[in-house]
Design a protein around this ligand. Structure first.
Ligand code: NZQ
Ligand code: ZN
Length: 404
């Protein structure tokens, strides 16, 4: 088992209806809050009203920034930061999906330094790491997907360069996360399954490329994956199923809270590198959708190149009771079984069907290599070059109904 260090400072409050506790929690953290929201879903479901009422009754003033896009744009986030500064808020309440929570992390920094461009805080940019002393954040996720409620990451899109990049700093981890599965009952089926794909990706990444030094790390990962396999169809069948919604939310949090990889060797995040590059090219591509589309093709490519075959074989045996004793056969059967599961929940399609034109493949691959790799390749238990990535993107064609 490999040495490790984990730091999980976020207080987590889980339970239906607990959104109403936000005022009491906020009163320990500040006096005036900026509530950051997306395109309006939280208004429609009454969540914004509840947060505002709870803050008011606890004596906390609040103002709202509305309009964070999915795959949030740096220009919008800059505006939110300026508002936070102008209003003199001392607390951020992030009410929404990963995009809103990520935007809020930048806003927490910009509230103290409004002239900073949010993009400059992302990786390999001039202000990387210069987060100062950000405002405290209360995160209230309304999707089960990113785990942004507990992570040090915040992912930003820059339309000028068609790129996407993360900021990563311990200081932007939320102080408190309110996990209220009632807020998820309004999620459309598409957003629910996109989120499920993202949850799985967070444990897949290190499981596949991080070796097998810890049985517990493997068991942890497999529990998250099996939970998503069962809870996703349950949430599709009955969007109001609070147990399924709760399991998905908690699986999401556990999948990227820092615990998911401990005991294994560190690894890159190759599927995320490729997906971020693709949604940088096509901002309408939801992060989880992009990952789901990459799975079968990327997995086939890895096995075809003899990489992590034992890990894919184990996934087949643990997730789908594959009986084959030969690792290559078990690994191939895993891809078949998993593809059928993806199909059953509406996640099996090609990149083109998901809205990414073929002429975006090469620029995306180049961006991934430059932004996340050494300029020539990214890492997935060995190098994956620009040409390899294009091959993986093209390999998704087999998932198109037209290819059958
Ligand atoms: O904008 P609104 O109106 O709120 O609608 C959103 C949006 O259209 C809607 N939605 C959210 N909650 C809802 C709801 N609709 C109905 N009922 C609800 N309860 O869902 C749509 C998608 O929301 P978004 O926040 O974009 O989705 P998600 O949570 O998947 O977040 C994706 C973003 O997170 C980043 C991704 O790159 C992407 O930018 N990630 C952040 C990570 C992190 N911070 O650690 C890690 C991840 O790997 C990921 O990269
Ligand atoms: Zn992700």
């Amino acid at each position: 088992m490999q040495p490790f260090e984990v730091y999980i400072p976020t207080r987590i409050k889980f339970g239906p209806g607990r959104i109403l506790e936000v005022g009491k929690i906020a009163s320990d953290l500040g006096k005036k809050a900026l509530i950051v929201i997306g395109g309006g879903s939280v208004k429609r479901i009454g969540a914004l009203d509840k947060v505002q009422a709870s803050l008011t009754s606890a004596g906390i003033e609040s103002t709202v920034f509305e309009g964070i896009e999915p795959n949030p744009r740096h220009t919008t986030v800059n505006k939110a930061g300026k508002l936070a500064y102008a209003e003199g808020v001392d607390l951020i309440v992030a009410l929404g999906g990963g995009s809103v929570m990520d935007a809020s992390k930048f806003v927490a920094v910009l509230a103290k330094q409004p002239e900073t461009d949010s993009w400059s805080l992302t990786s390999r940019q001039p202000n990387e790491g210069k987060v100062g002393d950000p405002l405290p954040i209360i995160a209230i996720p309304t999707t089960a997907a990113t785990a942004s409620e507990v992570t040090p990451f915040a992912v930003l899109s820059n339309e000028d360069i068609k790129g996407k990049a993360p900021m990563a700093h311990e200081k932007v981890k939320p102080m408190v996360a309110i996990l209220d599965p009632e807020l998820h009952t309004s999620l459309p089926e598409k957003t629910t399954v996109d989120g499920a794909a993202d949850i799985m990706s967070h444990v897949f990444e290190n499981y596949i490329a991080g070796g097998n030094d810890s049985i517990l790390a493997d068991r942890y990962t497999e529990s998250v994956l099996k939970t998503v396999l069962e809870a996703t169809p349950a949430a599709i069948d009955d969007p109001g199923d609070l147990n399924a919604r709760g399991d998905l939310q908690w699986a999401a949090t556990l999948a990227l809270n820092g615990m998911q990889g401990v005991g294994r060797a560190p690894s890159g995040f190759p599927m995320h590198n490729m997906e971020h590059a693709l949604s940088g090219q096509v901002p309408d591509l939801a992060h989880g959708r992009g990952l789901a589309v990459l799975y079968p093709s990327y997995f086939r490519w890895m096995i075809g190149h003899g990489r992590a075959v034992d890990r894919f074989a184990r996934l087949g045996r643990e997730m789908f009771d594959v009986g084959a004793t030969d690792d290559r056969i078990a690994a191939a059967e895993f891809i078949d079984c998993f593809s059928r599961w993806l199909e059953s929940v509406g996640l099996y399609e090609s990149l083109v069907d998901a809205g990414v034109p073929e002429d975006a493949f090469e620029p995306a691959a180049r961006y991934a290599a430059e932004a996340y790799g050494d300029g020539e390749s990214i890492s997935a238990a060995g190098p994956v070059t620009v040409d390899d990535m294009v091959e993986i993107f093209r390999g998704t064609r087999r998932q198109s109904p037209a290819a059958v």
